[in-house]
Design a protein around this ligand. Structure first.
Ligand code: ATP
Length: 457
């Protein structure tokens, strides 16, 4: 079992400004989190990487940003009103609530810690279905006619816009629609930091294909999505596919695989992304409930049909948590008493790309460093720091996951060159100032930056 790093991650995340508890000064809101200055950069980089891979680099996928509030009939058609629920059990003795299907993983709040049902006076009720959708009211009247839901997934915004997008872009099947956006689920047992929260962001893509070609597209997307996670730097042996069993598979689904990541500790391998073959279930439901034809007309072949959908659905917060867990390491430093904490992000994900450090506050070093920082800022998020011992400044950036440290010393002002220090192996190279942008760019564009570590020297 890999060590459980979540606890040390929660404190590092707060200390360094990655993630704070929501409304902390009021005692916090249950399982809702805010991203601080470093966290928002990290999550934005994850989302940008996904958007580039799914939309910008492909001709067959279009982007969309649909609204969170949708017509209430959408959720009847999708099956969420009747079926988006988890089985809930109450404990009448301690008033806690648990998911009936996750009792084995749950912990009773009372001491000594035991699983629900294991204390002699536990009184668990029979499971009942609890709908996970948040309800609110549209307009000034709070009655049942005005009920709307906060979307529990982004996918339905894509299904109802399928023909709008297809006709506006003149895409031909097979093609996809992708979007990133907030989703809300009133989870019974949220927890494990940002792993399961009540407000989160999804990155979803629905790929519309001709029936009969669906499994071939499914296999392709399954592999493409695993490759994307590997490209983020997640370790291969922390990733696995989990095929849905007959019992897990939704009645309309033809196949489903989760991509699981090993979060360590008792959490272990858990889903970060789902890849599903949803047949024509969604479009046919919306066609029926809206009474609007949603068929695709294939003019060349002179036929019309409801496409099948291959869906890839990944949580932006959950994958960001996986990246943090994967990146965190504590290590000894040769020749030093104190070790260091490192967040070894892929440079492209790192919130800050380079720290810029004049060795001393004199001899024109700060001025040269400020000039370099200003030039780099146009391209990269960089951090200028002239305070304290250089070793301490490096350590602070190691902990923030900054891949490069650029130091301006006594020789720099004379020779117009700088030292670039690499976060991962602490090796250093000397480059002329006008090459710094090139060197950084090479690393940021590398697929496997560690393997290329010395190529650019
Ligand atoms: P789970 O079994 O963990 O509840 P799910 O199978 O219901 O997840 P999907 O509906 O397939 O999840 O959602 C796709 C992705 O959205 C998940 O792989 C996960 O990354 C993310 N996600 C779902 N629910 C949450 C949540 N409550 N908090 C954070 N991310 C979530």
């Amino acid at each position: 079992m890999r060590p459980d790093v979540l606890e040390s991650l929660v404190s590092l995340a707060k200390r360094r400004g990655f993630i704070f508890q929501s409304s902390e000064i009021y005692g916090g809101t249950g399982s809702v989190w805010d991203y601080g200055p470093l966290g928002v950069e990290l999550k934005n980089n994850v989302k940008a990487r996904w958007w580039n891979a799914m939309v910008r680099e492909r001709e067959d996928v279009e982007g969309l940003d649909a609204a969170i509030l949708m017509h209430p009939r959408v959720w009847e058609a999708s099956g969420h009103v009747s079926g988006f629920s988890d089985p809930l059990v109450d404990c009448k003795a301690c008033k806690a609530r648990f998911r009936a299907d996750k009792l084995a993983d749950a912990q009773c709040a009372r001491k000594p810690s035991k699983k629900p049902g294991e204390h002699s006076d536990c009184q668990l009720t029979e499971p009942r279905q609890f709908n996970l959708m948040f309800k609110t009211f549209m307009g000034p009247v709070e009655d049942s006619a005005a009920v709307v839901y906060l979307r529990p997934e982004t996918a339905q915004g894509i299904f109802v816009n399928f023909l709008n997008v297809q006709q506006a872009t003149r895409q031909k099947v097979p093609f996809g629609i992708a979007q990133i956006g907030k989703a809300f689920r009133n989870e019974i047992t949220p927890g494990n930091f940002t792993f399961r929260t009540r407000e989160f962001e999804q990155m979803e893509m629905q790929y519309f294909v001709e029936p009969g070609t669906d499994m071939e597209h499914f296999e392709r997307w399954k592999q493409a999505r695993l490759d994307w996670h590997l490209g983020l730097g997640l370790d291969r042996d922390r990733l696995e596919f989990h095929q849905h069993t007959e019992k897990e598979l939704a009645h309309y689904a033809r196949a489903a695989f989760d991509i699981n990541f090993d979060f360590g500790g008792t959490l272990g391998f858990q889903e970060i992304e789902g890849v599903h073959n949803r047949s024509d279930f969604d479009l046919s439901q919306h066609q029926q409930f809206s009474s609007k034809k949603l068929e695709y007309v294939d003019q060349a072949a002179n036929k019309r049909y409801l496409p099948y959908v291959i869906e890839t659905s990944v949580g932006a917060d959950r994958v960001t948590l996986a990246i943090l867990v994967n990146a965190l390491r504590e290590e000894a430093v040769p020749g030093e008493q104190e070790g260091r904490t490192v967040l070894g992000f892929h440079p492209v994900l790192a919130p800050i790309k380079a720290g810029i450090f004049p060795l001393t506050k004199k001899d024109g070093q700060p001025e040269m460093a400020e000039r370099l920082a200003a030039a780099l800022r146009r391209r990269f998020n960089v951090f200028y720091d002239e305070a304290g011992a250089i070793g301490r400044r490096y350590r602070r950036q190691d902990e923030a996951g900054t891949p490069f440290g650029i130091t301006i010393d006594g020789d720099s002002t004379a020779n117009d060159d700088v030292t670039i220090r690499f976060r991962d192996d602490m090796g250093q190279i000397r480059v002329s100032t006008d090459r710094v942008v090139d060197v950084l760019t090479r690393y940021l564009e590398a697929d496997h930056p560690r393997a290329e570590a010395r190529l650019v020297g």
